[in-house]
Ligand binder design. Structure first.
Ligand code: PEP
Ligand code: MN
Length: 333
């Protein structure tokens, strides 16, 4: 961190800042300038807490040089981390992994039919929501533990690992007992208590980017999980909210090559929630593969017209087969 003093700061005020830096166990390095003094903070391993400086007089600005994340950064951990989800490897240098399944588990039959269809077409992981974060309280909220059971049964039946969302801390234990990967949804990306708790389990976590989260916030959220001891985190770009209204969200594909530079954690792309339209899922999945995504996650429903949630963006089994065929033209799937 660099602490920039006001041009009218007194030598006593500079000395007080220097003492506050020392009190934190760091080394202050005063940098005299033409008009003002700056004090460099040396020796910190991570983000420097601003609190001790907040009320000190004479400070103009605190500039963070180190980022609020460290464990997830390439600087700290140069080699790619590859995450194993029920035997399937997800990583920057692994083959593209396709995760597919319904938005929401609606019945035993629906999830089983979907699982069979996506498995035979080439999906490697089965998704399905049992606990659903819905915008309105009157919308279908998912089948809860009953849905989890159907998803687990379908996964076992077709031989695919499963990923499903947890919304609350008290769901983690029961969900982790059957799921191969726990999803943290976009709306919970900054639910810090939930992040810490999934950091304490020994299961992979699929962390979705918040609806208006910056990449720094996204990585800091992942840092919460890794800081608790769980480094099996897959990041998922699922579109962000911008001024553009024609599509459900704006798919920010630049994050894939960018994050590949700054983090060792793999990034997958969810074009279903990003675009909100089934006809755009195939082209944007291919785009995600081309820019190097470690995987894609798409919603598939046996009868999208009658889906209880996200039908307009769900592929039917024939569309999904088409997706896999087209992906194979651009990537090893
Ligand atoms: C989902 O993938 O089921 C979901 C609800 O997505 P998001 O959290 O990205 O909105
Ligand atoms: Mn959905």
């Amino acid at each position: 961190m660099l602490i920039v003093m006001h041009h009218h700061a007194t030598p006593e005020q500079v000395a007080a800042v220097v003492a506050a830096v020392r009190a934190l166990g760091f080394t202050p390095q005063p940098i005299p300038g033409e008009n003002r003094v700056a004090i460099g903070v040396l020796g910190n391993q991570g983000y420097v807490n601003e609190e001790p400086f907040r009320d000190l007089p004479g400070i103009q600005e605190l500039i963070h040089v180190t980022k609020p994340y460290k464990l997830v950064s390439r600087d700290f951990h140069p080699a790619d981390t590859s995450i194993t989800v029920g035997g399937v490897r997800v990583g920057w240098s692994n083959d593209l992994v396709v995760i597919a399944g319904p938005c929401t588990v609606e019945s035993r039959e629906q999830v089983l039919a979907t699982a069979r269809a996506v498995r035979s077409a080439g999906a490697r992981v089965l998704r399905g929501g049992a606990f659903k974060p819905r915008t309105g309280p009157h919308s279908f909220q998912g089948l809860g533990y009953e849905g989890l059971e159907y998803l687990a049964e379908a996964g076992r039946e077709v031989g695919l690992p499963i990923v499903t969302e947890v919304m609350r801390i008290d769901q983690i234990e029961r969900v982790a007992a059957v799921a191969d990967c726990l999803q943290i949804g976009a709306r919970n990306m900054q639910n810090f208590d939930l992040l810490k708790e999934v950091g304490r389990i020994g299961k992979p976590v699929l962390l979705k980017r918040g609806i208006s989260a910056t990449l720094e916030e996204f990585l800091a959220a992942a840092e919460y999980i890794v800081a608790e001891g769980n480094d099996q985190v897959i990041l998922c770009e699922r579109g962000i909210r911008t001024f553009e209204r024609a599509l459900r969200n704006t798919l920010d594909l630049g994050v894939v090559p960018y994050l590949r530079q700054v983090t060792h954690l793999p990034v997958i792309v969810d074009p279903s929630h990003a675009l909100g339209r089934r006809d755009l899922v195939i082209p944007m999945s291919k785009a995600a593969a081309v820019v190097g995504a470690a995987g894609i996650m798409v919603e598939v429903h046996p009868d999208p017209a009658h889906a209880l949630c996200d039908g307009p963006q769900s592929l039917d089994p024939a569309d999904f087969q088409q997706l896999i065929r087209e992906l194979r033209t651009v990537s090893r799937v």
